[in-house]
Ligand binder design. Structure first.
Ligand code: ADP
Length: 269
């Protein structure tokens, strides 16, 4: 059975094609989100990789901020449920999930069966989200994918004390003009993101294992800062930007199985 999960985020579009609820045939990311051509491009790339078309899909589920703008799918499910589903599939020992996306942060607590016990979300403020890092990467003229390399070389992280992104941007500009090394400013920026995101985790209550997902989990500087603040190891999910789409494809598989059973029962009558 073939199922499709689409995660239409605020900053990126993710697609996962799954075989029999188990094997990932394709997992594609396009770094532009809702309202853009991102979903179409991610779908094209995934179908090409798997050598399949939309007609081959038995069931499809959309998730993410822009899930209702994504026509032609069989269902929509919230990203909290989809991230929980995807992470539990990859890491059944996960009890705390920290998802740092482009415009929001989510802390989710799971029980031993993967059920959601509690969650907290910040989608009101850019601090502690990927957007904060996007702004800083532009000001610092360092690619997002290189921010961690700078952080690795930091000797004395600079304090970025403003929680407001606009004020923090001014703070970083002022640090640059004072000649503070980019390595130390970037480590300070990462600590600021981690401290805001960990606030949500502490509200939810930390329980091992802690797993990070979302685009920002690709930045090991932020992961290191999160681990330090939580005072415990943090696991980064495999292909962390696609765990929501993976969860959507897993839900799609459950629906596809139910639909096929109903069909068999009807045919037996
Ligand atoms: P959403 O689902 O809300 O669209 P994502 O989970 O895709 O968000 O995360 C998007 C964020 O991930 C971006 O704002 C950016 O800060 C970060 N990001 C994307 N690619 C990379 C990368 N290669 N290295 C570090 N951070 C990245």
């Amino acid at each position: 059975m073939l199922t499709l999960g689409i995660d239409v985020g605020s900053s990126s579009s993710k697609v996962v094609i799954l075989k029999d609820g188990r094997d990932v045939l394709a997992a594609e990311v396009v770094q532009i989100g809702t309202g853009s051509s991102g979903v179409t491009r991610a779908l094209q790339a995934a179908f090409e990789k798997a050598g399949l078309t939309m007609d081959d899909m038995d069931y499809s589920v959309a998730t993410g901020y822009g899930r209702f703008t994504c026509g032609g799918t069989d269902g929509q499910i919230s990203e909290i449920s989809c991230h929980a589903k995807g992470i539990y599939f990859l890491h059944p020992t996960a009890r705390t999930i920290l998802d740092i996306g482009g415009q929001d942060v989510k802390a989710i607590k799971l029980d031993s069966k993967g059920g959601i016990k509690q969650f907290f979300m910040n989608d009101k403020c850019a601090a502690g989200t990927g957007r904060f890092l996007d702004v800083m990467s532009r000001v610092l003229e360092v690619e997002l994918s290189e921010m961690a390399d700078y952080d690795d070389k930091a000797t004395e992280p600079a304090a970025v004390s403003s929680t407001c992104t606009v004020f923090a941007e001014s703070e970083v500009i002022s640090q640059l003009s004072k000649g503070i090394a980019k390595e130390n400013i970037i480590a300070g920026v990462h600590q600021s993101v981690a401290s805001k995101a960990c606030g949500l985790v502490f509200r939810a209550g930390v329980e091992d294992d802690v797993v990070m997902c979302g685009g920002v989990a690709q930045n090991r500087g932020v992961v290191r800062a999160v681990s330090k603040q939580l005072q415990r190891p943090v696991i980064v999910a495999h292909n962390p930007q696609t765990t929501g789409a993976l969860g959507a494809a897993l839900f799609a598989y459950e629906q596809a199985v139910k639909r096929s059973r109903r069909k068999e029962e009807q045919e037996a009558v």
